[in-house]
Design a protein around this ligand. Structure first.
Ligand code: ATP
Ligand code: LTN
Length: 331
């Protein structure tokens, strides 16, 4: 690992089937960033238990998420890929940082407000302190850049605030991380309600496309996508459904919105939706094939993440010791 490369960190929750939104908004960038940066990527299983998970299913989702990261092209030799709960430093630092985080600032987090409304029967303390654990994830690795979708920007802000506050008291302990939010495909919207983001926890399965969906399912979901009645294929504020499809098509083909509008001049929504579905299926096909090879060899998968766990633990321990010393713990 070259010393002068900037450090990148990101995590993804194994809380269900990863979607096209996760892929375009976050994971595609994870892969692209490997060539330029020193990257650390984790499966955020600790974050996922802020909402109830069924144990057997959860375990499979953790394996599946790790296999998917490899299938996407994350290179575990050049980067660090690990499982968050395997590196105990995350929980330890999260506790310490929670004593440097104000109740008021966590109360303002929109994700907390949304998720506590959605899971009104389980508004647990973990859901509330979720951004502190996320700050620990980021700060442990002295990360310079954090690639996330636009919806995580507020959490990154709070990580910066906590780090700045801590550094102010104790001197330079943490690197202050910058967000890395991609311009293209920053937000993929639901296929059924294009004013809402595409989300794997949406009960309407037609509203999202999973990275592992079959070609038939992908095309069927795009055919059913909500559009409007004027049959013009162009981006417009009054055309959220069509704009979203153009955004998706653009993200997977690399074509600009103008080129796409010209390509479909005179054609109807039906043709366009099929073209988007086919382009998405085409992009996902090799990923799905590689996924099968990783998920069918648990031993190899385990070897890979165990190596990552060790690398991550080594880096995390360094920061955690420094923090403990600064706070005044006896080591
Ligand atoms: P949930 O439905 O459980 O809230 P989610 O599908 O919204 O989950 P997360 O696990 O919260 O996904 O997000 C993982 C990453 O994917 C984050 O970096 C997030 O910003 C990004 N992401 C999720 N959904 C989208 C989307 N629709 N468009 C762009 N990026 C997204
Ligand atoms: N909260 C993020 C996942 C996450 C994360 C992180 C992202 C956990 N820790 C650290 C970036 C950096 C999410 O659900 N999207």
């Amino acid at each position: 690992m070259e010393e002068n490369k900037k450090k990148v960190l990101s995590c993804i929750q194994p809380s269900g089937m990863l979607t096209l939104g996760n892929y375009i908004g976050a994971l595609k960038n994870w892969v692209a960033m490997q060539s330029e940066f020193d990257c650390t990527y984790a499966v955020a299983d600790l974050h996922a238990i802020t909402v109830r998970q069924e144990p057997a299913k959860f375990r499979q989702q953790i394996y599946s998420t790790a296999a998917l990261l490899l299938a996407l092209g994350i290179d575990p030799e050049k980067n660090t890929m690990f499982i968050q709960s395997h590196v105990s430093s995350h929980s330890e630092l999260a506790w310490i940082l929670s004593c440097y985080t104000q109740f008021g600032e966590l109360s303002r987090m929109t994700q907390f407000k949304d998720k506590s409304a959605k899971h009104a029967d389980n508004v647990n303390v973990g859901l509330f302190s979720y951004p502190v654990l996320m700050a620990a994830d980021i700060l442990l690795y002295q990360s310079d850049l954090v690639p996330v979708g636009a919806d995580q920007k507020q959490h990154l802000e709070i990580a910066r605030d906590i780090a700045t506050r801590f550094n102010h008291i104790y001197g330079d302990v943490f690197t202050i991380p910058e967000p890395y939010i991609p311009k293209i495909g920053a937000r993929v919207m639901s296929l059924q309600d294009p004013t809402k983001k595409m989300s794997k926890s949406d009960e309407n399965i037609n509203s999202w496309v999973a990275i592992l969906d079959s070609k038939d399912d992908i095309i069927r979901k795009f055919k059913r996508a909500v559009t409007d009645s004027d049959n013009r294929i162009c981006v417009g504020e009054d055309k959220p459904g069509v704009s979203n499809l153009i955004g998706i098509y653009s993200a997977v083909t690399g074509k600009s919105a103008e080129v796409i509008t010209a390509e479909f001049e005179g054609k109807g929504y039906g043709d366009f939706k099929i073209a988007v579905g086919e382009a998405v299926a085409e992009e996902l096909k090799p990923i799905q094939e590689r996924y099968q090879t990783f998920i069918s060899d648990k031993k190899q998968l385990e070897d890979i993440y165990r190596q990552g766990d060790e690398k991550a633990f080594y880096a995390a321990r360094k920061t955690l010791s420094k923090v403990k010393k600064k706070v005044g713990f006896v080591l």
